[in-house]
Design a protein around this ligand. Sequence first.
Ligand code: 0O2
Length: 247
Amino acid sequence: MAIKIPKLTDSMRDEFRGKLLRELVSDEFLEMARENTLPWRELMSYYHCAMMEVETKFRVLNEQFSLQYDRNPIESIKTRLKSMESIVGKMRSKNLPLTLSALEENIFDVAGIRIICSFPEDIYLLADCLLKQDDITLIERKDYIQNPKASGYRSLHLIVDVPIFLENEKRLVKVEVQLRTIAMDFWASLEHKLRYKKDIPEEIADELAAEMYDCAEISAELDRRMEAVRNRIEQETMKGEGEWEKQ
Ligand code: 0O2
């Protein structure tokens, strides 16, 4: 005679899951989670503070340029803290022990800030202004605008140490700054989608990657031409102002 298995309702399933979890999660595991939760949250809050410090520095520079030269070099700013899953994934891929000190010493992009500019020249201008500040220490500089990646990716990457001031101490925290133009950002977000879509057949993915490489070249040319137009406008404006002064 066949055994009739009763149909489980959602609430029965939830209750079963709860019971199973309580059995599986030992006191030892809970103790370990408790011990590490606070230091983890503390470390993440340091990264968050450092990210805010760097963001403020760029907002101040933008404000100053707007007053002094009547133009805003920054179009927009994006910030992000790396998720626990991607931090753990990156540490595993680098064969690092899963400890907070290994994280601090080896993973430099937990706090990330992306500065989007209209023109490539503004990227270098802003990077120089940031690096001139006496509380900022440059750890690493990767210029993927001068030397684009094989994919066509372009951006200027800086890893910097920035101090944050806590109740009784000063801590140096690493922040990754990515500076790029609107065109570079537009390209990178579409290419990112392509990179993480796992269900595209290989030959189509290769074809799209080649198309994206071409788009990166066209987009870099567009950046150069638009910058040249911007510079011509500024030159003509300055000439015009000179003529006014002569009168
Ligand atoms: P997410 O979500 O943006 O953080 P390292 O970090 O130094 O160990 P790597 O690969 O040398 O590793 O760093 P790299 O290439 O200097 O910078 C990594 C980040 O740059 C990536 O972060 C992307 O944000 C961006 N990036 C680099 N290459 C490409 C590319 O070809 N296409 C796109 N769209 N973005 C790129 P994550 O960690 O991948 O992701």
